[in-house]
Design a binder for this molecule. Structure first.
Ligand code: GDP
Length: 176
């Protein structure tokens, strides 16, 4: 079986303003239906996790690293990263502006060609929504990225996010 082989290991950076739900999303990944095993470390501010994901009969290990700002992100770091998840809260316009800045910096200054998933988290907060899904989709399409709306508290679209990121990584690695 392919599951007997040593799984590929991928590194994913989870970027976004403090409070948008990065830790909550990473923690929810550990309840995924695709999960083989997981190991999560929550520091004071930044969560780090390793999750084994079995998707299309193939196991991959996804290492997730949370970053509140992009201080440690430069070209050499980008080389070791397979994909980015940029999170904002749709109930917080300033976090959307921050996400836009991070995406612009990543693509234009760092020159990254890695796949990026733009995540609008907290879609459950309908009454206090400040950013529409159309705005999120428009931002994503500016740089040819994928977009998904999630709720970490309701576990809505969290499995789809994890599967989507891994699919994008495999697509870039193996082609279609
Ligand atoms: P981080 O700083 O980006 O890691 O954000 P956290 O994961 O610590 O979440 C910040 C706060 O937002 C916590 O109180 C979470 O419970 C809350 N939160 C995270 N995701 C959601 C969500 O999808 N919906 C709602 N309503 N609250 C959320």
């Amino acid at each position: 079986s392919v599951l007997d082989e040593c799984p590929s290991e991928y590194h994913v950076y989870v970027l976004g303003s403090p409070g948008v739900g990065k830790s909550a999303i990473i923690n929810q990944f550990t309840t995924s239906e695709f999960l083989g095993a997981s190991d999560v470390h929550t520091d004071t501010s930044e969560t780090r996790a390793s999750v084994s994901v079995i998707l299309n009969q193939e196991e991959s290990v996804v290492e997730l690293l949370e970053e509140n700002n992009m201080a440690t992100l430069d070209e050499p770091t980008d080389c070791d990263i397979d994909a980015y998840i940029i999170v904002y809260s749709c109930a917080d316009r300033s976090s959307f502006r921050k996400a836009s800045q991070m995406l612009k910096r990543l693509k234009e200054e760092t020159g990254s060609t890695k796949s990026v998933m733009i995540v609008a988290n907290k879609v459950d907060l309908a009454r206090t929504r400040q950013v529409t899904c159309d705005e999120g989709r428009a931002l994503a399409s500016t740089y040819n990225c994928k977009f998904i709306g999630t709720s970490a508290v309701l576990n809505h679209n969290i499995d789809e996010l994890l599967a989507g990121v891994l699919s994008q990584i495999r697509l870039k690695k193996y082609g279609q």
